[in-house]
Design a protein around this ligand. Structure first.
Ligand code: PEP
Length: 309
């Protein structure tokens, strides 16, 4: 376990190496579209061939079985639109079943964790290639339940993010503070450290498919969601960190999801925050009706707000 001073040093080193990498890249490509215009980063800009502007992902954790998964897939019918991405992350053993049961519905399937190696003597683990083979396009990495219960640190999550990107999977990288950290005023520092360490040695050319989920630990499964203002403040900070680590365009195009007690009745107010690009949903994603309502309420609120697209 690193103390605060060691951690600060590692973060400084990573930031420095990213800056050097960015400068070298800029000098090589000098791409005019990657220069940062004045003012704030516009929301929901469509990245060319990138992630859609609104992504709603389900984390089923260790819930559901073969029967309820089949029933879910039959009943679930989200709107098919280019500006919406829907992802469901079931337990490993339900991946192929869910993928098949969804047929051609506009829903991607993802895993909840992954080992970074492609194969080898790692009993009980699954590799990125196995996930891709099971039909996954996404993988949740660094969920706070894994950080808390399985000792996952950002240093351990880093090679997983790299391996997922290398295998063509979009990582949904989770970051977020504990209640004590929030009350100590440490939220931004914690999130900056988690991002910087988890993205160590991942270059600007590799990082594009990355999705980030801001999930304050005090809001997960507690029924107490972050207020729209609290979520917006941290999301804007995350975008600023991405700009420092990579570029204006990466910051603009990376989708930043909010997770923590999202429900149909709070989805609209959260979705219209300028830097909230969707949700990672636990409990309320287990029923097709409530998950669909979250998606519809977010779309409705964005359309009313006039900020989609
Ligand atoms: C989660 O576990 O990622 C989550 C956001 O859970 P919940 O929606 O139940 O708070």
């Amino acid at each position: 376990m690193m103390d605060d001073e060691e951690l600060a040093k590692v973060v400084r080193d990573v930031v420095l190496s990213k800056l050097q990498e960015k400068q070298a890249q800029d000098a090589l490509s000098a791409s005019p579209e990657d220069t940062s215009p004045e003012g704030t980063i516009p929301r929901h800009t469509y990245a060319e061939a990138g992630n859609p502007p609104l992504i709603v992902a389900a984390n089923w954790k260790m819930h559901m079985d073969k029967r309820s998964t089949t029933e879910f897939a039959q009943a679930f019918d989200p709107p098919a639109r280019d500006d919406l991405g829907v992802v469901i992350c079931p337990p490993y053993y339900l991946l192929s079943l869910l993928k098949d049961a969804l047929g051609d519905k506009p829903v991607a399937v993802g895993a909840q964790n992954m080992h970074p190696e492609p194969k080898g003597p790692f009993t009980g683990e699954l590799s990125p290639l196995m996930l891709a083979d099971a039909g996954c396009s996404h993988v949740i990495l660094g969920h706070s339940e894994r950080r808390k219960n399985f000792g996952e640190t950002s240093e351990k999550i880093n090679p997983k993010v790299a391996a997922a990107l290398g295998a063509g999977l979009a990582p949904i990288l989770c970051v977020g503070e504990t209640l004590d950290q929030r009350e100590d005023g440490a939220t931004m520092r914690v999130v900056t450290n988690q991002l910087t360490l988890s993205l160590n040695r991942i270059s600007i050319n590799e990082v594009r498919p990355l999705i980030i989920a801001y999930e304050p630990m005090w809001a997960i499964g507690t029924g107490r969601n972050a207020t729209p203002e609290q979520a917006q403040e941290v999301h804007a900070h995350i975008r600023e960190v991405l700009k420092q680590l990579y570029s204006y365009n990466v910051a603009r195009d990376t989708r930043i999801l909010y997770g923590g007690s999202v429900k149909p009745d709070n989805a609209g107010d959260l979705a219209i925050q300028p830097d909230v690009d969707g949700f990672l949903v636990g409990g309320a994603s287990l029923k097709p009706d409530s998950f669909t309502e979250i998606i519809r309420n977010a779309l409705r609120a964005l359309e009313k707000d006039g900020s989609q697209g």
